[in-house]
Design a protein around this ligand. Sequence first.
Ligand code: 1HN
Length: 356
Amino acid sequence: MTATQMAGAHSTGSSVAAERQAFYDCIDTAHCAPLWEVLHGVVTREPKTPCLPHLWSWDMVWPWLQESGKLITAREAERRVIVLENPGLRGQTRITHSLYAGLQLILPGEVAPSHRHSQSALRFILHGDGAYTTVDGERVTMHVGDFVITPSWTFHDHGNLSSEPMVWLDGLDLPIVELLDAQFREDGATDVQEARGNAGGNLARFGYTLKPVEHAARSRTSPLFWYPYDRTREALHMLARSEEQHPCWGFKLQYTNPVTGGWAMPTIGTFMQLLPRGFKGSAYRATDSTVYAVVEGRGRCIVGGRELVFGPRDVFVCPSWMPYRLEADEDAVLFSYSDRPVQQALDLWRESVSAD
Ligand code: 1HN
């Protein structure tokens, strides 16, 4: 007997509902479901993200990072990180629907042991000076404002040979790789990789709009994996002297793979922008939820009826398609990252200016 026959042949209004429910219950037992009950919930007019705007202030998290340094060693934790969880995505280890963010502390003398995984990672240095990361045997010493890439499936360990704590923002494509069920991980043979050459070598090979003649790309990720802040800052200030500012984002540059001109990372777009003192940006929105980290200066992000007041080392997030405005009280430099390369590769990315 079919579900319809079970519910009876003569239908009144309420029996239609009962008939339908009986049908749904019947097909449910075989892992089937009626699309028409959910269609408008899954194909929405506009993005319907659970991601909420939020700011994590440095003044709030820094004491907690220091406390975490007393509770567990970097080696014991493997990575001593306080995850920044979006308030709309609690328990999901992510700052936007598609990306992860965390603040990692490494104390003087500590080692975060070598491993590799399919997830790509970025480090953006917020505090301290002189800790290193080694990526597939190449070591770089990191400074505030530097952007460093750990490409997918490359061994990486971190160490702090300086005399002060170092904190950086980790950005990973964890939720994207999880969505695709493509995750692998492996421990290194030793905790600390033997370093060959130095970061100067990486910069010399790829950091001057030149490349070694024998270079053949092995992955989509930029072969340049260290973008020192002094150069990025200089580029922004030179741009500000020679170009008109954009009404929404001031002066904004994206980090590129110097060999292809494409994104520095295949899954994560990375940017640095300068908002001149007194800047009052027009409203902007785009489909890539964006994570901002403040390098210099103070200002505000007006988003979702809230005012996120920012200063150095604060991290804040603007959700997909929600209009926001940026303002600066003093020259402000903001690093940001999002899933824009993925959306553009799939012809999904949209933006609109003055969306108020
Ligand atoms: C990871 O490998 C690091 O290598 C940091 O420093 C954060 C978060 C989730 C998964 C792997 C690192 C991470 C991570």
